[in-house]
Design a protein around this ligand. Structure first.
Ligand code: GDP
Length: 297
């Protein structure tokens, strides 16, 4: 096998220590080297790894090894528990307003992250649940983006509100909410413009939309394949625009998904869903425990 899993590695570290009943400082340090390597290989942010390792180490040293476990398994147990404490132990949903009140969801993210696709995926989920979503084309800089949203909306059987590419996104957002109120739509999902990199104009525009309409949830879409960059993007958006939850796309790729742990740790905001492919039903709920196993390998 090309890759040894973390638990196999830890079994090796503790091979000669199996009779010990308590984890000593030097045992734990040896184990932490392997844990650290596994996390860095999974693309978890270096600072996050450092803090995490310290927390695990502080907890593990001096711990009695539970009956039925060997020291390697005991360390894995502590690592998993600490990781779940960090990522949350339950799934988190996008918060909707009660009853038939209109919930406005603002979708943000860099160009290419998968924002437009994810916007349509979410609309489909809500439609299935009996909601009446409206998709709104606020990306006026790329006519192709408007078209893409319209095509995806049609595939999902969800209406798309567009005013072309001549109006500004704030006015489009405002008009879309009036349109929703008239047409009985109770979820308005704003697909905003991304840029290749974080820039002031993009942030300013998102803030302007948030000031002009009553955005209930701001959802950031990031690309798992960008690894460490995804963390910086999440930190920046959260500090400048404010984010309520994160969706990580392209988790069907060969990334271990360390971005999930880093983003949660750096922003404190929940991961809501993960994108698992290009098709419009390839969106899955985010399960922290599954991600823990994926990251640790
Ligand atoms: P936007 O610029 O952020 O709106 O990004 P798009 O929605 O246009 O997506 C960019 C590319 O990523 C498209 O080719 C999508 O099909 C693809 N994409 C989006 N989400 C996923 C995903 O979860 N997995 C995979 N493999 N591709 C995705």
């Amino acid at each position: 096998m090309a890759f040894e899993s973390l638990s196999e590695k830890l079994q090796n570290v503790f091979k000669n220590l199996r009779s010990k009943g308590r984890l000593t400082e030097s045992d734990v340090k040896a184990a932490m080297k392997e844990v650290k390597r596994a996390l860095l290989e999974a693309d978890v942010n270096f600072k996050v790894v450092k803090t995490f390792i310290k927390a695990v180490q502080d907890r593990a040293v001096g711990q009695d090894v539970l009956n039925g476990l060997n020291p390697g398994q005991m360390v894995i147990k502590i690592v998993k528990e600490e990781m779940e404490a960090l990522m949350g132990s339950t799934t988190t949903e996008i918060q909707l307003k009660p009853g038939n009140e209109i919930t406005v969801i603002l979708m943000a993210g860099l160009q290419g992250a998968g924002k437009t696709t994810t916007t349509a995926k979410i609309a489909g989920k809500y439609k299935q649940k009996g909601k009446r979503p409206l998709l709104v084309a606020c990306d006026v800089y790329r006519p192709a983006a408007i078209k893409q949203l319209q095509v995806n909306g049609e595939k999902q059987g969800v209406p798309v509100f567009s005013m072309g590419d001549k109006m500004n996104p704030v006015d489009i957002a405002k008009a879309s909410i009036e349109h929703a109120a008239k047409n009985g739509n109770n979820i308005v999902i704003l697909d905003t413009a991304g840029r290749l990199h974080i820039d002031e104009d993009m942030m300013t525009e998102l803030i302007a939309i948030k000031q002009a309409v009553d955005v209930h949830q701001t959802i950031l879409v990031v690309d798992a394949m960008t690894g460490q960059d995804a963390v910086n993007v999440a930190k920046d958006f959260n500090e400048k625009v404010g984010v309520d939850g994160v969706i990580i796309t392209k988790m069907d790729g060969d990334t271990r998904g360390g971005a999930a742990l880093s983003i949660r740790s750096v922003t404190g905001k929940p991961i809501l869903y993960i994108g698992m492919g290009e098709k419009l039903d390839d969106l899955q709920q985010f399960y922290p425990d599954r991600m823990t196993s994926r990251i640790l390998g």
